[in-house]
Design a protein around this ligand. Structure first.
Ligand SMILES: [Zn+2]
Length: 107
């Protein structure tokens, strides 16, 4: 009989490092631009306003990527021309360079 289902890993298996989508990888490569990419959703409407250890005021906005789930923080310091995008966790690029995991199961 045809139509046997092949073995599929359970969807809720833990994935320690989710591969970042192309939008997030591009943002990581150009982290000083002001524009969020198209998949980012703002988590809080009001920016967190604070002051760095050196006394420089800055604001921070938190975004979540709707495609890969990466959480980004956008820091905007008062006297700086550029902003900085900082991912909450290090991005995991896709491809053969990914450390550990799935490749070990392939014979
Ligand atoms: Zn993403």
């Amino acid at each position: 009989m045809a139509g046997m289902t092949s073995a599929v890993p359970p969807p809720n298996a833990p994935r320690p490092a989710r591969p970042a989508c192309d939008h997030c990888l591009a943002l990581a490569a150009d982290s000083r631009r002001r524009e969020p990419h198209a998949r980012l959703a703002l988590k809080h409407t009001a920016p967190l306003v604070s002051r760095s250890a050196a006394g420089v005021p800055f604001s921070m906005l938190t975004f979540t990527c709707r495609e890969c789930g990466t959480v980004w923080r956008l820091y905007d310091r008062a006297n700086e021309l550029f902003v900085s995008w900082v991912p909450e966790c290090p991005l995991a690029p896709r491809g053969p360079a990914a450390p550990g995991g799935v490749a070990d199961r392939i014979k």
